[in-house]
Design a protein around this ligand. Structure first.
Ligand code: ATP
Ligand code: MG
Length: 381
């Protein structure tokens, strides 16, 4: 029996396993190492991961994603209400102020709570691991945001149990990254020497987490963490989508904010545009055919415009970076290295902010996407 590590992300998940010779990241049936955190319900069956995401546009109301923040919360919790406003499927209040996600499945209306949806996704990750490793996988280590409360952690453990998993440990995202870092660094100072202080910056799709860690050979000490639980790449996608929705309203007389399907398509296109803008500073086109009322729409943007539109988000990002220094009682000069992980650290303004605050070049020793899963797998090695 193998022990595997799951990075359970808001947008996508990774699976890793410790084997003789090192840590491996496991690919799914599409030969993809990332599995989207999507579950889609249909007339005859349900789909998880890639195939669920693929049918989002055709099955909007029954394709569930973005529920991670609602795990272990009540329906009337302000965060739940905020998330509800962003998601295109039906979220209802259940007994004892619980959260119900209402879908059409197997020909009837069914209501699942976020833990049950999580369990379905975990079942998929378990299957992926088993298919790949050709052994049963029951024991897992699962990543969790540093700011998750005890109730949320318990809910996540319940989800693992529902999926037939035995969760040996929930590991904080940034702790996992630190473990993945420590294991490969051969040149860490001896135990008696001054430790090496490393900052880990993880900006994902929905949140930002930063930690300060002191390393010596065979030893890792978490000095401090700081986070912004609601600052991530999805905010940039939304800012772009709202900008173009306004632009299209003027130029094409259509309002994408009023049509969930159109807005979801716009968000997807804006995410692609955002990624292209990370690599190019020139103006980049966005084109969507048959967007609304049979109209084809197009627009353009360059990176500097995104930076202006999202100036508030980048300022909040800077606040988190400064908070970790404060919390750890460290100055930029005390920091030996800064490691960036998480998809959104590919945004140039994010990297520039990291360099500005810590007054040094950032490093990318770790695989930005896989580090968390690898750290989780390491814990069980
Ligand atoms: P979370 O950590 O919030 O639970 P996650 O782990 O699923 O979410 P990641 O996979 O780390 O998130 O990052 C996904 C985010 O990174 C998305 O917003 C995606 O658009 C963004 N991203 C990925 N590549 C790039 C790029 N080249 N430029 C800009 N953003 C990118
Ligand atoms: Mg993540």
């Amino acid at each position: 029996m193998a022990v595997v590590g799951f990075d359970f992300g808001y947008q996508s998940c990774f699976i890793a396993v410790a084997r003789q010779g090192g840590i491996e990241t496991i690919a799914n049936e599409y030969s993809d190492r990332t599995t989207p955190a999507y579950v889609s319900f249909m007339e005859k069956n349900r789909a998880m991961g890639v195939s669920a995401k693929n049918q989002q546009m055709a099955n909007m109301k029954n394709t569930i994603f973005g529920w991670k923040k609602m795990i272990g919360r009540n329906y009337t919790d302000p965060i739940t209400q905020q998330e509800k406003g962003l998601l295109p499927f039906e979220i209802v209040q259940t007994e004892n102020d619980g959260i119900g996600i209402k879908v059409q499945y197997l020909g009837e209306t069914q209501v699942f709570n976020p833990e049950q949806i999580t369990a379905m996704l975990f079942t998929k990750l378990k299957e992926t691991a088993e298919l790949n490793l050709k052994v049963k996988c029951k024991d897992v280590v699962i990543s969790v945001p540093t700011y998750f409360t005890d109730t949320q952690r318990r809910a996540l453990l319940d989800a693992a149990q529902l999926a037939g998993l035995n969760c040996l440990r929930l590991m904080n995202d940034t702790t996992a990254a630190a473990l993945a870092y420590g294991i490969y660094k051969q040149d860490l100072p001896d135990e008696k020497e001054k430790s090496r202080n490393v900052i880990f910056v993880d900006m994902g799709h929905s949140d930002t987490q930063v930690s300060a860690v002191a390393f010596n050979k065979g030893k890792l000490k978490m000095l401090a963490t700081a986070s912004d639980p609601s600052l991530g790449g999805r905010d940039l996608d939304r800012i772009l989508a709202l900008y173009f929705a306004e632009d299209f309203k003027k130029r094409y007389k259509i309002d994408a904010t009023q049509k969930p399907r159109a807005f979801a398509r716009l968000l997807n296109e804006c995410e692609k545009l955002k990624k292209l803008m990370s690599a190019n500073s020139t103006s980049i086109p966005i084109n969507i055919e048959c967007f609304m009322e049979d109209k084809d729409v197009s627009g353009r943007m360059e990176r500097s415009t995104l930076e202006e539109l999202a100036a508030g988000q980048f300022a909040r990002f800077e606040d988190v970076l400064r908070a970790v220094l404060d919390n750890a009682n460290l100055k930029p000069a005390d920091i030996d290295a800064v490691e960036v992980i998480g998809g959104s650290t590919r945004v140039p303004a994010v990297k520039e902010t990291v360099q500005k605050v810590f007054e040094k070049e950032y490093s990318t020793t770790l695989n930005a996407d896989e580090a968390v899963a690898r750290g989780c797998a390491l814990q069980c090695a």
